[in-house]
Design a binder for this molecule. Sequence first.
Ligand code: NAP
Length: 315
Amino acid sequence: MTTPQAAEQATPQPVVAVLGTGIIGAPVARNLAKGGFTVRAWNRTRAKADALAADGVHVADTPAEAVDGADVVLTVLNDGPRVLEAVRAAAPKLAAGTVWVQVSTVGEDIDEIGAYAAEAGLVLVDAPVLGTRQPAELGKLVVLAAGPESVRPTVQPLFDTIGSRTVWIADDGAKGAASRLKLVLNTWVIALTNGVGEALSLAKGLDVDPRHFVDVITGGPLDSGYFQGKSAAVLAEDFTPSFTVDNAEKDARLAAEAARRTGLRLDGVEAGRDRFARASAQGHGGEDMAAVYFASFDDADAADASAASDAEPKV
Ligand SMILES: NC(=O)c1ccc[n+]([C@@H]2O[C@H](COP(=O)([O-])OP(=O)(O)OC[C@H]3O[C@@H](n4cnc5c(N)ncnc54)[C@H](OP(=O)(O)O)[C@@H]3O)[C@@H](O)[C@H]2O)c1
């Protein structure tokens, strides 16, 4: 009879390098380490990676040091150019045939990433995720995956550790089918977030108690987890980032560019992108994207949603 120890020896867990330990990368690395994988992490701001050492993550000084000897490399950086920069820096230590799981939201930069993977002899799995800080911490991301059947037995256990669901879209990561699905999903996220922010700002402008707005929506067909989370953030003035305004601006820009390229007009996405950019210019770039609420106000003092929630109902 095979003992569990013997089975472990027979199928060793892959060594995983995680490049980027921000809001998503940090819990991904931590959950993989807790799940029994050997994890090496690199982050530009080393302190964020150092915080993972207590959970068994080995911290590397450079991308090359992180990927040296790794079977799988996960990139969780903010955008396509940053992903390529990190993987190019790691290239001297990347063995041909290494599996590259690209988790960041990169939009159609996936085409350049796919071309680089082919040039460097890496097996690309295009694997953007749906879910923010809390699902990432709970290992409940939804992984949108495209990659060859041959590497699925290697990467599926990783996806099962960081996510609650994997949706395999296609068998060629370089074609970017998963990244394109992610752009479609983000179009909906951008609409929801801006919709909540604009409705709450109008409530403020019209002196309508926002609690009535939230109350009427709650439990009805217009309700959603996003509505609850983002309206609560604005009313509590708690903009601890689950997903930053700056990354939301980037995602809206990627969706708008992809739409323009195909001859589509996504007016809402373009307006949303401009609102995220304005909120960032107001100093909210590192806050949660719920802070796009502030883009409705030229005068920062006029934006205090909590003051409105203390007011007597006017309706
Ligand atoms: N948060 C979410 O809800 C969510 C959900 C789905 C997908 N995503 C996507 O996942 C990716 C990571 O998101 P996140 O929320 O984890 O973002 P984040 O917290 O802003 O982390 C971004 C990561 O990129 C690194 N980075 C940024 N600029 C860099 C540069 N110039 N050179 C080197 N490294 C750089 C950061 O390093 P430093 O720590 O040094 O800044 C950090 O590791 C993004 O593509 C995002 O769109 C996020």
